[in-house]
Design a protein around this ligand. Sequence first.
Ligand SMILES: *[C@@H]1O[C@H](CO)[C@@H](O)[C@H](O)[C@H]1NC(C)=O
Ligand SMILES: *[C@@H]1O[C@H](CO)[C@@H](O)[C@H](O)[C@H]1NC(C)=O
Length: 216
Amino acid sequence: MSSPIMLLVGLFLATCSLALASDPSPLQDFCVADPNSKVFVNGVVCKDPKRVKADDFLFRGLNRMGNTSNPVGSNVTAVNVAQLPGLNTLGISMVRIDFAPMGLNAPHTHPRATEILTVLEGRLLVGFVTSNPDNRLFTKLLQKGDVFVFPEGLIHFQKNVGNGFALAIAALSSQNPGVITIANAVFGSNPDIPADILAKAFQVDEKIVTQIQSKF
Ligand SMILES: *[C@@H]1O[C@H](CO)[C@@H](O)[C@H](O)[C@H]1NC(C)=O
Ligand SMILES: *[C@@H]1O[C@H](CO)[C@@H](O)[C@H](O)[C@H]1NC(C)=O
């Protein structure tokens, strides 16, 4: 291949990776988050590198089960930049998800991250829905050891279909993936989205909307 073409291909690939990366690439080895900074930037301000300690890269306790005694029967323990300051600028984070028998991690999206999940205990029915206009549902029944990926931004869920507790660990391609739980965001916003708007959007009576809103 002649070098101008190589250069073009190189530029194209470089542009692709820039355009597809969720979090921007770091410009130094690390930028440990300084939670006390009063400066607001895209991410978190770096702590003085000379004061950085090994503990800034450590989170302990992901062996502990979350409390699943709640209406959906699941609990997510997040390890993102808020819990682990060393993650700042690194574009990655992790969660532990516990499921009571038949527990559900309700449909939600991560606006800034792709998620790759592995089942450590139990069996999970997982799925995601593609964007408009197709809204295709992809589902799979996962066993212990299976790995499944939820593409960035798409609505997805996980349900424990076993009689015992289930456990999954997932990695996410952002230091701060964000979570939008669909039911809570749509029916539990503060203040409420006016009932007539949701009635029209969901093509149901306003009474049904206010009934659902009262649950959140
Ligand atoms: C998840 O578990 C933690 C630790 O037990 C608990 O503090 C938290 O309230 C639980 N969250 C939910 C939504 O149940
Ligand atoms: C789990 O959460 C429930 C509901 O909030 C609470 O009653 C219970 O004491 C919690 N269990 C533990 C072990 O913290």
